[in-house]
Design a protein around this ligand. Structure first.
Ligand code: UD1
Ligand code: UDP
Length: 383
């Protein structure tokens, strides 16, 4: 029997690793499946664990308010040393490009335990965009033995870095597995919608507005390289847009990072706007529900660039680079940067010009069929 340790710590890693935990646990004779959370995020991680009913075997609980990269790095490294010495797994699974994933991979390397990298091969080739994620994912790629690439393009990136063909498996992205799981849950159980509406009200978005079918622009933002001027521009653009388009609701579930909240509060100065909703981060289920009800998304998030095309929702990405060119090529995602006037122009186009909107609103999902986790588990069943 193989002993597996799946390690993650932030909201997006949890969302994308949960389907894999569920899939591995279907094979208790073949695998002992252990979960370690670093707790790089706390509340935003715990809501995902609750949703997917995952009880971690280890919890490093490292999060500190306003932590910097050195805090995360050192606390994950020493925490993982102890977990690895105690649990002695045959394989360590990490996801994507967070500091949790890179440092857990390094900790595994120090114990000579092989690493499987999920969502491998995404690249912008610019170390400062996104920062520090591009370096994180390249370092993790160097440390990993197995690379599970979501698309052919991500496989090509790895081949160009001399990763051996036989070490790479193209699987699709597990985020689509999670998305299907959530949509099925909303569909299957009629009581779920009520609890979603309650959560939304609690977070700060009025249910009556949701029921009145107003157009919704759903906004998120948290990238470190956008702190300061970038966030200022983004918020000023939202403010101007809300004054121009009074029939549209601009709903912004704010990341808990104080750097994000301070920038937002500086621009909006704590004033109430009729059609701007600066709300608490939503749990994953209500967030997907709201994404489905929204007209389009304005974001710097990675995961949202993968989910929204699956729901036929255009995405304007407030970044200069993306490691996810597939949806840009498919036409559903557009890079708009963080220039205030450019954001205003692109959002206005989507709100005013139906031809532009319809062109982007194709249900074009280049990220898989919702069976990525099964492909990863099959690989280990057969090897
Ligand atoms: C992290 C990842 C980023 C990922 C993002 C997803 C790194 C360096 N960054 O960035 O790659 O895209 O998560 O959201 O790995 N906080 C809370 N509660 C929470 C979560 C965060 O209070 O549940 C606050 C804390 O003050 C914390 C701060 O947010 O110190 C920043 O969290 P951190 O993980 O350092 O950075 P993120 O910007 O969330
Ligand atoms: N998300 C969520 N609630 C929110 C905002 C986002 O559940 O209020 C989900 C979203 O659906 C996606 C993931 O969080 O799956 C993206 O996380 P984030 O943008 O924080 O990180 P990134 O993907 O950029 O690493």
């Amino acid at each position: 029997m193989k002993k597996l340790l799946l390690v993650f710590g932030t909201r997006p890693e949890a969302i994308k690793m949960a389907p894999l935990v569920i899939e591995f646990k279907k094979y208790p004779k073949e695998f002992e499946t252990l979960v370690c959370v670093t707790g790089q995020h706390r509340q935003m991680l715990d809501q995902v664990l609750n949703l997917f009913d995952i009880v971690p075997d280890y919890d490093l609980d490292i999060m500190m308010k306003g932590q910097d990269l050195y805090d995360i790095t050192t606390r994950v490294l020493t925490g993982m040393r102890d977990v690895l010495i105690q649990s002695k797994p045959d394989v360590v699974f990490v996801h994507g490009d967070t500091t949790t994933s890179t440092i857990s991979s390094l900790a595994a390397f120090y114990q000579q335990i092989p690493v499987a990298h999920i969502e491998a091969g995404l690249r912008t080739h610019n170390f400062y965009s996104p920062w520090p994620e591009e370096m994180n994912r390249q370092l993790t790629g160097r440390l990993a033995t197995w690379h599970f690439a979501p698309t052919m393009l991500s496989k090509d990136n790895l081949i160009l870095e001399n990763v051996k063909n036989e070490a790479i498996t193209v699987t699709g992205n597990t985020v689509i597995d999670a998305l299907h799981w959530v949509l099925m849950k909303i569909d299957k159980d009629p009581t779920v919608e009520n609890s979603i509406l309650q959560t939304m009200e609690f977070a700060g978005y009025n249910i009556d507005r949701l029921k009145s079918n107003r157009k919704i622009v759903l906004i998120t933002g948290h990238r470190r390289e956008n702190f300061g001027e970038g966030f200022h521009n983004i918020c000023k653009a939202i403010k101007t847009l809300s004054e121009t388009f009074t029939d549209v609701d601009f709903v912004y579930p704010m990341h808990l990072n104080p750097n994000v909240r301070n920038a937002v509060n500086e621009v909006f100065e704590g004033k109430k706007y009729d059609n701007v909703f600066l709300i608490e981060p939503l749990d994953y289920l209500p967030f997907i529900y709201l994404m489905n009800k929204s007209c389009f998304l304005l974001t710097d998030s990675g995961g949202i660039q993968e989910e929204a095309p699956g729901l036929g929702k255009p995405v304007l990405v407030m970044r200069d680079t993306t490691e996810r060119p597939e949806a840009v090529i498919a036409g559903t995602v557009k890079l708009v940067g963080t220039d205030e006037q450019k954001i205003i122009n692109f959002v206005s186009d989507l709100l005013l010009n139906d031809e532009i909107y319809q062109k982007m609103a194709q249900a074009n999902n280049p990220y898989g069929d919702g069976h990525a986790s099964k492909r990863i588990v099959d690989y280990f069943l057969n090897s």
